[in-house]
Design a protein around this ligand. Structure first.
Ligand code: AHM
Ligand code: MG
Length: 335
């Protein structure tokens, strides 16, 4: 008889026992994310059935239309974390400012802040394409017992204590790391339980997939353009396959399993990145490095970038080590 896989709950519990002096705060936090993920998953799965699709009529700080499910996921994740009293602050891609979570006596003795993109890739919902939630956890740097400050949220990604994503795909999978490798858990919808389906996930050294929105080619730097041409040229295992869903979590997840590189270079006349450093680039970069890959802005390691604004955008190139190294060579010689 094959051994039954551990549930996420068991995995969290076992991991905590490995640290005899830990307070269990981080475990409780991951547990709350697990719960909010299940609630959001339930809603995402019925999106095609009920009248929940479409624009909620609000616009977020970046001037983009929010879909109703964005609003729903945002509310559920925030509610779950606030009601359980396990964080001292939350910042969300869908909120203009961070939320300071205070207990009834105005104090808060919790140590962690969470930054979250509640439903990434949400423009894909009405065409039934996978979307995801991305989360990032830091230990606060302001004193415990006082309200959180902006500086708690503007920490470089290397300070993350945990990060992960939930992909609402053909099946729902939660992938996360607390800095000791990357593990994936697949939801059994009948039992509403996540099982440890992907232990110790690692990027293959190299791969044969490149993921980029090539419609933006005209804006890319010389080095990036040359690398894309290199991907398309014959030689070794090239030409590579081009695969781009337009949903970061799904594109990243595929590349993590199969080997590949994801790129969102600077675009537009202002030469700015599109993805948000705090909500998207940092947690993805943390997972990339934990899975033995590389994540860079093209000029520096993503996790070293000092954020200056909550909703800052940054360029990102991440994935299999050899592929990112090859790209960096083109950037170094051409840009
Ligand atoms: P969002 O946070 O507004 O959903 O945007 C982020 C998404 C990513 O999931 C995806 O990788 C990227 O934007 C796609 O952008 P584009 O359509 O410009 O290729
Ligand atoms: Mg997003």
């Amino acid at each position: 008889m094959t051994k039954q896989k551990k549930t996420l709950g068991e995995f969290i519990f076992d991991n905590q026992s490995a640290f005899p002096y830990s307070t269990g705060e981080l475990s409780k936090l991951i547990n709350a994310i697990r719960l909010a993920a299940k609630i959001t998953n339930h809603e995402v799965n019925k999106a095609g059935l009920v009248d929940i699709l479409g624009d909620a009529g609000n616009t977020n700080i970046q001037g983009e239309n929010q879909q109703k499910l964005d609003v729903y996921a945002n509310t559920k994740f925030i509610q779950t974390l606030v009601q359980r009293g396990i964080v001292c602050g939350i910042a969300s891609e869908e909120e203009d400012d961070f939320i300071a979570v205070n207990s009834h006596d105005g104090k808060n003795n919790n140590s962690y802040v969470v930054l979250i993109d509640p439903l990434d890739g949400s423009s894909n919902i009405d065409v039934n394409v996978s979307v995801g939630t991305i989360f990032s956890i830091y230990r606060r740097i302001s004193p415990v017992g006082k309200p959180v400050e902006m500086s708690d949220f503007l920490q470089p990604g290397k300070n993350q204590v945990a990060a992960g994503y939930i992909m609402y795909g053909t099946s729902t999978i939660l992938v996360y790391s607390t800095g000791r490798g990357v593990n994936g858990f697949t939801l059994n919808p009948a039992l509403r339980t996540f099982y440890h389906s992907h232990p110790n996930m690692q990027f293959p050294e190299t791969g044969s997939i490149y993921s980029v929105n090539e419609g933006n080619y005209i804006h890319f730097s010389k080095g990036v353009k040359k690398y894309i041409k290199y991907c398309q040229m014959e030689g070794g295992d090239r030409p590579y396959a081009s695969r781009y869903i337009g949903s970061l979590v799904s594109d990243f997840h595929r590349n993590l399993i199969k080997g590949g590189i994801y790129m969102y270079p600077r675009i537009g006349p202002e030469q700015k990145g599109k993805l948000r450093l705090t909500y998207e680039c940092n947690p993805i970069a943390f997972l990339t490095e934990q899975a033995n890959g590389i994540a860079t802005t093209g000029a520096e390691r993503i996790l070293d970038v000092q954020p200056t604004e909550l909703h800052q955008r940054e360029a990102i190139f991440c994935g299999s080590r050899k592929m990112v190294e090859q790209l960096m060579e083109f950037i170094a010689t051409e840009d």
